[in-house]
Design a protein around this ligand. Structure first.
Ligand code: FE2
Ligand code: FE2
Length: 225
């Protein structure tokens, strides 16, 4: 059913629950998803056949799941993105910011380079994301909802570029946090920050996947319809 020659992105679109497997193994299905599953596994030192079996196990019982956004209208997908991803980010980003500031202020002397850079990368990511969501909500999504896909190529290219930048920030955060493993003796805020950042990565990958790989291509398809 799944082949190692298919790209990670193709598999993620056709079988949304496969993203659980990709997340477990840190396989990028989002900004860098245009590579064959076999190559993606090789690059990570993973057994591709085993990953295929994991994906098949994950999707077997749920092929007809209503969560297959590909089959939904762009309007329904936009509603889902706003409710499931944009709204939570508006409270989660300030919460994580407070924690990152606090951990740096309290424990900065313990890991000055890591905590200083982490706070700075996160602060930039937060402000870029808030700006980015405002542009989607005020410019791009209304264009798609109005069926003006033919005008959306420019804004879509900008959004994709910003997604790639967010993806790079998330990668750096993963490196700085040592794959989100809190150090020995970390305080609860520190542990909570690491867990929150891990969840931010997971949610943002899904969010960007829905936009880049499903919503945007469908918006462009409506061109000339
Ligand atoms: Fe978004
Ligand atoms: Fe976006």
């Amino acid at each position: 059913m799944i082949s190692t020659k298919q790209t990670v992105k193709e598999i993620a679109i056709a079988h949304p629950l496969s993203t659980r497997v990709f997340q477990r193994h840190s396989i990028d299905f989002c900004c860098k998803g245009k590579v064959a599953l076999g190559s993606a596994c090789e690059a990570k030192g993973l057994d591709a056949d085993r990953i295929v079996r994991e994906v098949e196990a994950e999707i077997t019982d749920t092929e007809d799941s209503p969560a297959r956004w590909e089959a939904q209208t762009p309007d329904a997908l936009i509603d889902h993105i706003l409710t499931a991803y944009h709204a939570p980010l508006r409270t989660e980003l300030p919460r994580l910011q407070q924690m990152a500031d606090k951990v740096l202020a309290t424990h900065g002397d313990r890991m000055p380079e890591v905590l200083g850079e982490l706070q700075s990368v996160f602060t930039t990511l937060r402000s870029e994301l808030e700006d980015h969501m405002a542009k989607e909500e005020q410019i791009l999504f209304p264009m798609i909802q109005a069926g003006r896909g033919e005008d959306a190529d420019g804004p879509i290219a900008v959004m994709e570029h910003e997604h790639a930048s967010a993806g790079a920030a998330l990668e750096r955060i993963r490196e700085l946090t040592g794959d989100f493993q809190p150090p020995e003796g970390a305080c609860p805020t520190w542990i909570g920050l690491w867990a929150g950042l891990a969840d931010l990565e997971k949610e943002l990958h899904l969010h960007i996947h829905l936009e880049n790989n499903i919503l945007f291509p469908r918006a462009s398809e409506s061109t000339g319809a």
